[in-house]
Design a protein around this ligand. Structure first.
Ligand code: ADP
Ligand code: MG
Length: 702
């Protein structure tokens, strides 16, 4: 038995890897130990399991492997055209091998008349085939497998490394040295029952098949095992974390539904809750009465009515002698919540306050005092809420809106405001695909408001080219005549980008010229305005004094003007799908037919076209999220960096959704039947304890 550390050795001990290469591997690929090599998997495989004859070579073959002799090496051309040309024949025909680089050193080593193994991509050029920069090796020196044929792993090596001598061959050679050590010191990471039930190869065998597969099928089977392993540990950590948190019986208990809740529900609530809202409220209710901390995510499309669900939960807190807070990512959104909730609670004795970075010192002092004495029941605000000076008498519930804009650490700071920690209700308006939700929010229980309040008409969505402005303005005029209001949104990637600001103002001027006072009034809002100016302009629009609101995406989240029924999005091709969806969600809130007009430039790229088409075709936020995810990949989505799943190295959340769900279900089954799966759970816990739970990727488990 080898010392446990065999795979922890530094890679400089490997033949073929000196200090310079070792440093490059470490800096660029994160490979510093033998074990790291093991888990740097090939990105693909080439079929070198058979040899071809030159007569069989055809156009379009991705690569061929040939056996034969070389003759007549000669250097021809000069300058950039200088090249080494060698004839290569195997008795069935002749093919040309060509090198444009390293000409002299290659020429020096070539042995005309000797048998060679040649591997490369054939190209058809001037009536004959040639292979540029083939891999070439003396048959007498080639390893047996090369003579018999094999499946060659191809490692994704950055150009930067290749140019400094770290090529595929270097990795293959390193693994030849490491794999035999792994055979002796690599331990199993999945319980036997799982390996058997899933018919996985044992861990070492799988690892060998990744690097030296006997067949493509073997490589496939091995890869599946590692994907599963990766997703399994990922989900295990998330689910277990949640489960353990629940076991701590020191959560706040909202035992009763009391007067505040009932009074609001029966007398103040201006509408009937949708079934989806009722269902989610029940889910919350059953969490908060247990004396264990709730950690629940409420997902619901724009306009699905998450706010009132949050409010009703806050009332549960207050009825049980606790305070509640609501944190939103932007000042505007936080303020909207404050105004909306204050309006709903105006006939109730509940004390509610707003706190943000711009709250004046005197006001803040009073507010903080009231919060600490328990005078204040509800505090709404921005991340100013998590500052240490903000102390609650008894915080029982923290609601976080648009959560993925907040980091995990910020959330944790809210927890610490109270012992036992408050219940956490996270609301997100950005629908995300299920697999992503499981990954990003796998540690949260999930609720879905999958129904919009009744009476909403579908929004008509239209694509329109920029040069149809006359038609657009005509339409807008019609709508205004019918008493409607219009949003016109311009992209502003960075509030500081001058050209974007110019677009916005040019747009505003064109609109103001086409819709002149006194008949029409146009508002303009953008992030550069002072908060009170912004508020003023918003208010003019909300109150109906202006008919058109020209703005940047500051209106993206939150605002609610039911009479605004047209959303015009200029340069729509520059917006991301979820942003377009959010913007469209601003209309369609009243009783009238609403429209969303996507104005685009002449040239539309494929992705942009797909985005706009998707908007025209569907209003289902989840479908839109799927397409968005497909187009952008998970890497770009907000919050993914901290989520840990950016670390996934073999599994792919798009293509391995099935496997993810299966891995998660397995974990859930164990957690629901802890007695029956005691052995398995202990086994996995041991593995994690040994290797550190932070490393939720299998990559580091050796
Ligand atoms: P979001 O889920 O996007 O945060 P809001 O909570 O802002 O949605 O609700 C959108 C609008 O729908 C608000 O004007 C709200 O008062 C209204 N609303 C919420 N629930 C219902 C309901 N069950 N019936 C009718 N209107 C509702
Ligand atoms: Mg909302």
């Amino acid at each position: 038995m080898l010392a446990a550390g065999a795979l922890d050795q530094d890679i400089t001990y490997l033949k073929g890897i000196g200090p310079t290469k070792a440093q490059l591997l470490k800096d660029n690929l994160g490979i510093s130990t033998y074990g790291d090599f093991l888990f740097f998997f090939p990105s693909k495989y080439l079929d070198r399991s058979r040899f071809w004859t030159i007569a069989e070579v055809e156009e379009g073959m991705p690569f061929v492997q040939l056996k034969g002799k070389i003759h007549q090496p000669e250097i021809i051309g000069d300058g950039k055209k200088r090249r080494l040309r060698v004839a290569f024949s195997d008795g069935t025909g002749t093919i040309e091998l060509v090198w444009f680089q390293y000409i002299n050193s290659i020429l020096k080593n070539l042995k005309p008349g000797e048998q060679y193994v040649v591997f490369g991509r054939p190209a058809f050029y001037r009536f004959s085939f040639n292979i540029a920069h083939p891999e070439i090796e003396l048959l007498s020196l080639a390893k047996p497998e090369k003579v018999e044929g094999f499946i060659q792993p191809v490692y994704a090596i950055p150009e930067k490394l290749k140019s400094r001598g770290i090529d595929n061959q270097v990795l293959i050679r390193a693994l030849e040295q490491v794999l035999p050590l792994a055979a002796k010191s690599l331990s199993e990471t999945l319980p036997d029952s799982v390996v058997q039930a899933w018919k996985f190869p044992p861990r070492y065998e799988a690892l060998r098949s990744m690097h030296r597969p006997a067949s493509f099928k073997d490589a496939e089977i091995a890869k599946r095992r590692f994907k599963f392993e990766e997703l399994f540990f990922f989900q295990y950590n998330l689910v277990r974390q949640n489960k353990l948190a629940k076991k701590i019986d020191n959560g706040v208990m909202f035992a009763n539904i009391g007067e505040h809740f009932n009074h609001f529900y029966h007398n103040l609530l201006p509408f009937e809750l949708t079934n989806a809202q009722k269902r989610v409220l029940k889910e919350i209710r059953s969490d908060v009465r247990q004396g264990k901390q709730m950690n629940r995510l409420v997902q619901g499309d724009v306009g699905s009515g998450k706010t009132v669900v949050a409010l009703l939960t806050m009332l549960m807190a207050i009825d049980n002698g606790y305070q509640a807070c609501l944190m939103a990512p932007t000042e505007i959104l936080a303020r909207q919540h404050f105004l909306g909730i204050s309006e709903l609670l105006k006939d109730s004795p509940i004390n509610i306050a707003f706190l943000s970075g711009s709250t004046k010192q005197r006001e803040r002092k009073q507010l903080l005092a009231d919060l600490e004495s328990g005078q204040l029941n509800i505090l709404i605000g921005t991340h100013a809420l998590i500052e240490p000076q903000v102390k609650f008498k008894a915080l029982g519930l923290a609601v976080i809106d648009e959560q993925h804009r907040f980091g995990v650490e910020q959330r944790a700071k809210l927890w610490e405001k109270s012992t036992p920690p408050p219940h956490i209700l996270v609301m997100t308006a950005t629908p995300i695909p299920r697999t992503l939700a499981l990954s990003l929010y796998g540690h949260l229980d999930q609720s879905l408001i999958d129904e919009l309040p009744p009476g909403r008409k579908p929004i008509k969505t239209i694509m329109m080219s920029q040069d149809e402005q006359a038609r657009l303005f005509y339409f807008i005029r019609q709508q205004i005549k019918e008493g409607r209001q219009i949003y016109m949104v311009y992209p502003l990637i960075e509030e500081s980008e001058k050209s974007d600001m110019k677009d916005l103002y040019a747009g505003f001027e064109a609109v103001a010229a086409a819709f002149p006072v006194p008949e029409f009034h146009v508002s303009i809002v953008h992030g550069k305005l002072k908060a009170d100016e912004k508020e003023q302009e918003m208010k003019r629009f909300v109150d109906g004094h202006t008919q058109i609101m020209v703005s940047t995406t500051v209106i993206e989240v939150g605002v609610n003007v039911p009479n605004a029924s047209v959303m015009v999005i200029e340069n729509a091709e520059r917006f991301g799908l979820s942003q377009l969806h959010q913007l469209r969600g601003r209309v369609g809130r009243g009783a009238d037919q609403s429209y969303c007009i996507l104005v685009h430039g002449e040239k539309l790229g494929n992705d942009a076209r797909r985005r706009l088409r998707t908007m025209v075709e569907t209003q289902d936020g989840f479908k839109i999220a799927e397409v968005d995810f497909e187009l952008r990949g998970p890497g770009d989505l907000d919050g993914t960096a901290q989520s840990g799943f950016a670390q996934l190295s073999v599994a792919n959340l798009m293509t391995d959704q099935d496997l993810l769900i299966k891995a998660r279900n397995l974990v859930l089954e164990w957690m629901d039947n802890e007695d029956r799966f005691q052995q398995e759970i202990q086994f996995v816990d041991r593995i994690i304890a040994k290797h550190g739970s932070a490393k939720n990727s299998f990559r580091n488990i050796s």
